[in-house]
Write a protein that binds this ligand. Structure first.
Ligand SMILES: Cc1ncc(COP(=O)(O)O)c(C=O)c1O
Length: 370
């Protein structure tokens, strides 16, 4: 299958993954457009998009902050809150919306836990594409304001992204393209640049582990894809040098952690999910099997942390990193500390924690506002 035309999922309903036939023009590290301070510096390893179709707001190439030494472990924070719409969702959106524009798509839709909706709305506005965003009714007001301000058609339904997705399926109009997580292959292509950046910023070495706050899992599978591509291309050492990938979830919604602990290849939907880390309130991720396969292949781990401790942990990690991260950062930080305490992450190791989004649109609990 080529990348031309509108691509969605496999006929079996599972996600499609872009595979490159590098042919005679195998890209090397000299092909990185070093003068470009966005993720488009990696254009040589991204699906081809003509200049006229690229929809970019200068996303990616975000700072890697030499954070702290914690119990002898060196922690690096990757600050994704500086992306144009405030989260790492912009990586996927620049790629997916560019591809949509290239494919002549004029109207698209997605359900979101908040950040992806904001990002899609703003990228579609830039591209001149009509965007329908479906959010849970529980979404904090700032997400609603910014999504609507970007001209998107916003509809609210249910308590989680799964409910919003159900509402979307009922409401979909003729010709709307479904940009849901992993329902098309290009958001992962954008997200994989996180892996390319981590390698380049660490001078083409990789950390021992990456702790990733996991909802739909595109960033986790995307980074793993990047490491495999880079090793095939000879940019980095082979799989023995790849990081252990860690899924971080809250015990309010931990379908992947449960399946990992059960040794199961697929998760069961999480019932009555709740977490302040809104991006992690994904009870039934479409890419669950892909996430689980990745974690196992990497000799990684999946951890659920106490939801009641997330707010304090967020304040702690923000203090340490100097980044105003959203609660997903607290989930990652608690996961990291749990694994250090258990001896799974060891003294002398180097760990990257992507701080996946900024806190500005998350609303604090009343007790904390008072
Ligand atoms: C700030 C933040 N972190 C993490 C996630 C989870 O990302 P993924 O769906 O790639 O697992 C989200 C998703 O909405 C998010 O907004």
């Amino acid at each position: 299958m080529s990348q031309d035309g509108v691509l969605t999922t496999c006929e079996c309903g599972k996600p499609l993954k872009a595979v490159f036939d590098w042919g005679a023009t195998t890209p090397d590290r000299n092909n990185i457009a070093g003068e470009n301070n966005s993720l488009w510096r990696y254009r040589a390893v991204l699906p081809p998009i003509e200049n006229d179709h690229i929809v970019s707001l200068h996303e990616g190439w975000t700072p890697m902050i030499n954070g702290v030494i914690h119990s002898g472990v060196s922690v690096l924070f990757k600050d994704e809150s500086v992306n144009p719409t405030g989260s790492f969702k912009d990586r996927g959106m620049t790629m997916a919306v560019s591809h949509a524009k290239r494919s002549g798509i004029t109207e698209l839709c997605l359900p979101s836990a908040g950040n992806a909706g904001v990002s899609a709305a703003i990228y579609c506005d830039t591209a001149g594409i009509t965007c329908h965003v479906f959010l849970p009714e529980t979404i904090p007001a700032p997400f609603v304001e910014v999504t609507e301000k970007s001209g998107a058609d916003l509809r609210l339904g249910g308590r989680t992204i799964a409910d919003a997705a159900a509402k979307m399926r009922e409401s979909m109009g003729e010709g709307w393209f479904d940009l849901s997580t992993l329902k098309e292959p290009f958001r992962v292509e954008g997200k994989k640049t996180l892996g390319y950046e981590i390698a380049e910023q660490l001078d083409w070495s990789l950390p021992d582990a990456i702790v990733y706050p996991t909802g739909g899992g595109t960033g986790l599978v995307g980074m793993w894809k990047a490491f495999n591509e880079m090793s095939q291309l000879g940019w980095i050492d082979g799989p023995a040098a790849f990081p252990r990938m860690v899924v971080a979830q809250s015990d309010g919604c931990a379908p992947i952690v449960k399946a990992f602990a059960d040794g199961s290849p697929q998760h069961e939907p999480w019932v009555n999910s709740h977490t302040d880390a809104l991006g992690l309130n994904v009870p039934a991720p479409l890419g669950g099997a892909w996430i689980l396969k990745t974690v196992r292949e990497s000799n990684g781990m999946a951890v659920m942390v106490d939801e009641n401790k997330v707010m304090d942990a967020t304040a702690e990690v923000n203090d340490l990193s100097g980044i105003d991260g959203s609660c997903e950062a607290g989930v990652s930080w608690l996961t990291f500390k749990t694994l250090v305490e258990a001896g799974w992450i060891k003294k002398g190791e180097r760990v990257v924690i992507p701080i996946t989004g900024g806190a500005e649109r998350y609303v604090l609990h009343e007790s904390e506002v008072m």
